[in-house]
Design a binder for this molecule. Structure first.
Ligand SMILES: NC(=O)c1ccc[n+]([C@@H]2O[C@H](COP(=O)([O-])OP(=O)(O)OC[C@H]3O[C@@H](n4cnc5c(N)ncnc54)[C@H](O)[C@@H]3O)[C@@H](O)[C@H]2O)c1
Length: 96
């Protein structure tokens, strides 16, 4: 069980690249997670979807419920990844 100390479900952010058949299917699977596997204590949050087709990106936002969608996730992932890498480098250098 991965709940927080207070017992609340732990939120996990979801990023999606490509809103085709597979992207839609996987998004629905994430949304169903709390009811299908309540023992996991996870609450998925659909954060960012990318698709080069404008109508697919709009579908991700308007129908699937992603908070952001567009032709690329680059600004988001570059920032997040750089931050994670810097943090991982700091951690590994301090634990040596
Ligand atoms: N459909 C299946 O049963 C299945 C099973 C296993 C694996 N796959 C693989 O999953 C992938 C997607 O399959 P699908 O059936 O969802 O395809 P799909 O044709 O339904 O959707 C593909 C989506 O990718 C988007 N796209 C294309 N280039 C992109 C880019 N550079 N950045 C972001 N989005 C882009 C398209 O606009 C389209 O919306 C493929 O590689 C496929 O081989 C599919």
């Amino acid at each position: 069980m991965t709940t927080t100390p207070s017992g609340a479900a732990r939120e996990i952010g979801v990023g999606l690249i490509s809103v085709g058949w597979m992207g839609k299917l996987h998004s629905r699977a994430y949304q169903a997670l709390p009811s299908v596997y309540p023992e996991l204590g996870l609450k998925p949050r659909l954060v960012h979807a990318a698709d080069t087709a404008e109508d697919r990106a709009a579908y991700a936002r308007d129908v699937l419920g992603y908070e952001k969608a567009g032709p690329t996730t680059a600004p988001y992932w570059t920032t997040r990844t750089s931050r994670s890498c810097r943090s991982a480098r700091r951690t590994s250098s301090t634990t040596k």
